[in-house]
Design a protein around this ligand. Sequence first.
Ligand SMILES: [Zn+2]
Length: 259
Amino acid sequence: MKQWIRLLGLIVFSALLPNTVVAQAVGGYAAGCQFNAQALPPFGPGFYVLRASRERYYGQSSLIEYLQNLGNKLDQAQFPAMLVADMAKERGGPFAYGHRSHQSGLDADIWLRTPPHTIDSRQLETLSAQDMVNHSHYTLSPHFKDQQRLLIALAAQDPKVSRIFVHPLIKQAMCKAYGDAPWLSRLRPWFGHSKHIHVRLHCPTGDSHCEPQAPVTPGTGCGSELASWINDKDGRLSSGGKRKPYRPTLPKQCQGWVK
Ligand SMILES: [Zn+2]
């Protein structure tokens, strides 16, 4: 009898376990880690995961939901699927190479190129990005079309989004197309980001270990702030170059957890 009670207890306990474990983004976007991350499936309505072999397709549940919703919207609008590049490692933390952020499961890169009509897992490993900016003339390239504008607009409209980093010329094009739409404030001009956009979500509600970034300045950001980026064309030169591996001091909970 005792054994039965123990067995029953064990069954109840393991059934409850997944619900009692709460997902967590810990620390900052550029010095943090994540617990109970979920994987974005390799593909779904309106999206494909690029370079799955790198295993950078993990994120907090809010990020997975956000990307799946965005894919659904593109699919419903009968627009081509988006190509999702780096998100985070399963436990988060800094990458061995590449970006500084993407550490707490709340950042995702989305390529701006239109994917080929048919695409298989091998192509998803080898496909190359397309530049939306002609850097020698400092103008947008002919690759930047309605599809790219719609993708960025849909991506920015979701209130889960804290900010999206885009090349200054892309922000300028979005300002021209969408006038004074309030979500334009979430599009932040930044170096690089002419082949992809970088989406950063807010800290999930109730996640007390997640360090939020200062809110974006109110207003569309289409005026003098954007003009200063456009005039400072050195921005285009600062995007490239290999950087040394970035090793920030991680919050205590992440130490020994991040591989
Ligand atoms: Zn990024």
